[in-house]
Every structure is written in structure tokens, then in C-alpha cells.
Design a protein around this ligand. Sequence first.
Ligand code: HEM
Length: 249
Amino acid sequence: SSDLASKLREGTKQSHTMAENTAFMKCFLKGIVEREPFRKLIANLYLVYGALEEQLQRYSTHPVVSLIYFPILNRTANLEKDLAFYYGENWREQIAALEAGKTYVARINEVAETEPALLVAHAYVRYMGDLSGGQSLKKIIRSALDLPPDQGTGLHEFEQLPSVEAIRAFKGQYRDALNALPVDDTLAEKIVAEANYAFALNRDVVHELEDDVRIAIGDHVFDLITRQDKPGSTERSPGSTSVELVAAD
Ligand code: HEM
């Protein structure tokens, strides 16, 4: 086995901690979800997933990519519903890519051309994130924005994984699939490096939205909330933490 699942988890721990310690996520975890920056995030993730899922589909018979392509994870359709909810029916004319969003999309398309196996890294960072911390963020978003039932959190809804148990089981399956990929040590290292880069691309997107949050809540509250760092969720061993634990923190 390539042991890629633990290589990815271990090899991106620090990046994960940095992602959780972005000002944007710190505010999120305190229940501060501002509608404008949030919908911009959703819009940019829509562009990111659009590229990712198009490329995964294009390489759906590739010897590596095919083994990690699970269409039940596809986020594009759900994000379209979210965008219609947050922007209205003419959302397509209203959304715009941030600079960091453009860079992220360009990188996905670039690795698809030059080394498609690295798409594994991009899929891992987003989908495992949505299935992990994303599930606690969903509850925070629903309560902060006081959303009507079944609207506004399509990003974190997996219709075909309707319970905590189903999600946990699927994550096990996903890690097994990562471990079974026909990748040698050199390629595994490249995938881990690309995953760290994908984390950085995600950080850059939320970083570009921080000023919107600061303006919405004011400098004083923003500084109070963002000045302290916390240890990251994946610094602990797998299974030792639960989404409930994080949400209750
Ligand atoms: C895993 C929390 C942000 C990507 C996890 C886990 C937790 C967590 C608790 C462990 C789940 C498990 O082992 O079953 C959080 C929280 C976040 C956050 C609270 C924000 C405040 C992010 C972001 C990304 C991300 C922004 C990337 C875009 C991942 C990935 C894993 C993960 C890829 C899987 C690690 C592995 O087991 O291989 N997260 N996360 N997370 N998270 Fe996050």
C-alpha cells in the first residue's frame, strides 16, 4: 500500500492548523458569519469545484485519478443552488472570481494538463475537508445566518451520505482508496506537496475576504477574535476528535 492517506494527513497537519487559524475561520468558529464575504466564498468555491470536477470527469479513466473519483462527492450542483439562494436567479451575472480564486482555478487546470495524478491532492483537500470540519461549519453557518431549512448550506450537504455514521464510513472508504492508489514514493511526495499548496490556495481565498469581515464587525472585535492561535484539529490522532467536539469548543 502507498500509505498515502496517512502521508497526506501527517504531511499537511501544519497547513491544516494554518487554515483553521486564518482570521476568516477564527471568526467562523466564534459564530461570526457575514453574509457578503460568505457568499463570495461560495461563489469562488463554485468556480474551484467547477474546474476540479470537470477535470476529474475528464480523467475518469486515468489509472490514478479514476480510483479517487467519487461522483457522489460532486459539489457543483449544490453550489449552484446555494448561489441562487444567496444572489437570486441571476447569480451567474453577479458572481466574480477573486484574484486568489483565479489562481486556484488556474492551478487545478495546470496540473490537469501537466500531471493529472496531482488532481488527487486537490480532491483530497476539498472533499475530506467538507466531510470533516465542514460538517461543524455547516451548523455554525445555519445558526449564524438563521437559514431556512434545506437552504444555503448545499456545500456541506451530501445527499447520499445522510448521517454522521455514513460520512464516517465514507471517509474510511476514501482513505482506503488513497492507500490503494498505484503511486510510488516520489509521486506520493509530490501529491503531499500539492496538497500543501492547495491548502495555501484556500488560505489565500479567505484572506482576500478578511477585509469584508473586518469592515462588517469593526476593527476592535476583529482584532480580539483573531489575535490568538489554536492547535489544529488534525494535530491530534485520527478518530480522537469528533465534529461535535470542535463545534462545542
Ligand atoms: C480534517 C476541522 C478547516 C481540510 C479535519 C478534522 C477536523 C477538522 C476535526 C478531522 C476529522 C477526522 O479525522 O475525521 C476543521 C475546522 C476547520 C477546518 C474546525 C475550520 C475552522 C479546513 C480547511 C480545509 C480543511 C479550510 C481545506 C480547505 C481538511 C482535510 C482533512 C480535515 C483535508 C482530512 C485530514 C485527514 O484525516 O487526512 N478538519 N477543519 N479543513 N480537514 Fe479540516
